[in-house]
Design a protein around this ligand. Structure first.
Ligand SMILES: *Cc1c(COP(=O)(O)O)cnc(C)c1O
Length: 284
């Protein structure tokens, strides 16, 4: 969208700090990173990226939507601007669309506020009310999201037919040690691969009854979606696969319901998904 305004950007794996350093050009304005990422939950070292960016006098912007301020505070790690989709955990009830930019530097904040006021991307009073009300229970909700997601991830790990479970709280996660150091908990998002098969993933997602099939996340009610056929469908299949996004990937936004109900729901959906799995030869 922004290329038409003359804005150029370089995509770089921000879990690889030397790669970030190499990608910074003279005319670079800022480094923009998301951690944990959507949907593969990769974790980047905010302090380390900030160090290389600041050495070259570049700003760092961190999308903190998945972690929330309860689990991760990028400004304390040196970042210049933090952004949130308040639509997700801050609102927490899937009933508002809102965003926020947060920074320590008053001049930068004033510049952003002036731009926002002039351009018109301002939330209405009802939206602000809903987000502020959501923040009152953020700590409680995040505790339960983390507990439920951990239990579900550990349960999924033991299921036959589940090729891989991705959750920063699992010892098998490639950046588990960093997540433990940088975050106060591992969040409510869990991803898993159903043996490389998008048909099985779609069957799983349409067979759950507590997990609603939907693209958003971060609400009290659990959601399920299949990134290759939904949120990330606009990315060409070969690019998706090259980035590690498997065809059978399922993403769960684990809500605050009773964990036994969530596991039972996944169990029956998994049984259906594995029963309807397309034979390898029939796959497109
Ligand atoms: C949803 C989301 C956004 C976009 O936010 P909207 O509120 O939908 O505009 C940006 N970053 C992350 C990580 C998200 O999950």
């Amino acid at each position: 969208m922004f290329e038409r305004y003359g804005i150029r950007f370089t995509f770089v794996d921000t879990t690889d700090v030397p790669a970030v350093e190499r990608a910074i050009e003279e005319q670079t304005k800022y480094v923009y990173l998301e951690t944990p990422t959507n949907p593969l939950l990769r974790v980047s070292d905010i302090a380390a990226v900030t160090k290389v960016a600041h050495a070259k006098k570049k700003l760092v912007i961190v999308d903190n939507t998945f972690a929330t301020p309860y689990l991760q505070r990028p400004l304390e790690l040196g970042a210049d601007v933090v952004l949130h989709s308040c639509t997700k955990y801050l609102g927490g009830h899937s009933d508002v669309v809102c965003g926020a930019l947060i920074g320590n530097d008053k001049a930068l904040r004033d510049e952003l506020a002036f731009f926002q006021n002039a351009v018109g991307g301002t939330p209405g009073p009802m939206d602000c009310f809903l987000v502020l009300r959501g923040t009152k229970t953020l700590a409680l909700r995040m505790q339960r999201h983390c507990e439920n997601a951990t239990a579900l991830a550990r349960w999924l790990e033991k299921q036959p037919g589940v090729a891989r479970v991705i959750y920063p709280g699992l010892e098998s996660h490639p950046q588990h040690a960093l997540a433990k150091k940088q975050m106060a908990g591992f969040g409510g998002m869990v991803a898993f691969e159903l043996a490389g098969d998008v048909a099985a993933a779609n069957t799983f997602a349409s067979s759950t009854s507590i997990f609603t099939l939907a693209e958003s996340l971060g609400g009290v009610e659990s959601l399920v979606e299949v990134p290759p056929s939904m949120t990330h469908a606009s990315i060409p299949a070969d690019v998706r696969r090259a980035q590690g996004l498997a065809d059978g990937l399922v993403r769960l936004s684990v809500g605050v319901e009773h964990v036994d109900d969530l596991i039972a729901d996944c169990q029956q959906a998994l049984a259906k998904a594995l029963a309807t799995r397309t034979p390898v030869a029939a796959k497109r």
